[in-house]
Design a protein around this ligand. Sequence first.
Ligand SMILES: Cc1cc2nc3c(=O)[nH]c(=O)nc-3n(C[C@H](O)[C@H](O)[C@H](O)COP(=O)(O)OP(=O)(O)OC[C@H]3O[C@@H](n4cnc5c(N)ncnc54)[C@H](O)[C@@H]3O)c2cc1C
Length: 389
Amino acid sequence: MNVVVVGGGIVGLASAHELATRGASVTLVEKGSLGGESTQRAAGGIRTQFSTPVNVDLSLASIPTWESFEEQFGVDIGYRRNGYLFLGRDDGTAADLRESAAMQNDRGGDTRILDPTDATEYCSGVRTDAFQLATYSPLDGFADPNLACQGYAQALPDEGVDVRTKTEVTDVLTGGGSSAGPGPVTGVELDGAETLVADAVVNAAGPWAAELAAMAGIDIPVRPKRRQVVVVDPETPIEDDAPLTIDLDTGVYFRPERDGVAIAGGHFAATDPDADPDAYSTTHDVDWAVTCVERAGDAATYFGPESRIRRGWGGLYAVTPDHHAILEETMPGFVNAVGFSGHGFQHAPATATVVADLVLDESMSDVDVSALAGDRFESGDLVEEQNVA
Ligand SMILES: Cc1cc2nc3c(=O)[nH]c(=O)nc-3n(C[C@H](O)[C@H](O)[C@H](O)COP(=O)(O)OP(=O)(O)OC[C@H]3O[C@@H](n4cnc5c(N)ncnc54)[C@H](O)[C@@H]3O)c2cc1C
């Protein structure tokens, strides 16, 4: 079985690894450098606290890989199980957090509902009077996405994967198709010149996913949306073991980096225009950064007026209308693993298992991804994720 994986971000790298270890002949094609796009701009969060079963299941199925990553790939990815702390200000948010916690725990999570005062045990700076309720899970944490890419990338040559960087897929080749639609996949065109014959193509093109799908005659609603992150010297240093903390009502999140420094982010604008993945700003906006630190200061005492912004960056989420991925074989031989919004890094290991199942017609994954079928956007059967920042 010849498989071409398009995209050398975390989703493509993990998928190539999984396919190769199951015996497929894999070529990974990346138009830039491995991990050089959305993945290198992620905040590294890994959490079980989602509001829908499929996202919780993808997290629970991915965490064992993050835990054993160094053992498996020989690279320390800086995995820190500091937990995630969700904070709710109003009645509706508190009720949603309670409901999500029950669902998470039903599926194997370990989410605890806390009084805001008890939340300070995990994050001492929480402004307890601002919140009604908190939830905390010790299963959650964060790791370094660049190092995770490095781990997968180092393993691929030994696994027999042909890795081609600085090479662009410029067309997806299909057979004649039928009245049911185009397909099956027969290969890809590289740089408008070379043809690579393939039995299957995996779309792991991140913010370019819709462009790649269009080459196969498939229309998918995956749109690039710019998101930003800042590295902050808080007025009061944040504890290195503080959780990734999210104020759900204002959308701000922050977590410790090292030595008291914090990373903070969130999307605050009322509008959310599509970005051009070939021409967007990879630096942070100063106004946005000020708002971000102010909102962090409204949630926790670390971020007083003497806080200093060290640096920041902008990157892209690949977003679908319901903030969930499309994970399916959309056309014979064409597998979409796209639209992960703000959680594609953490879900990559479980995604890779599903991708390999779809390509190889196997069933190694326990995760039911039927909710992630692409036809939900026509049927209206959407799976809205509330816990997104
Ligand atoms: C600011 C920010 C914070 C985030 N924080 C988190 C977080 O805390 N936790 C989390 O889980 N996720 C987070 N994310 C989301 C995460 O970064 C993405 O979901 C994840 O990196 C997606 O990986 P990917 O492999 O699908 O995409 P990418 O990393 O973008 O990789 C896609 C690759 O495909 C290549 N490509 C595209 N088209 C072609 C083509 N035609 N031919 C060849 N190559 C092609 C691109 O060059 C690119 O390298 C964050 C994202 C941002 C921007």
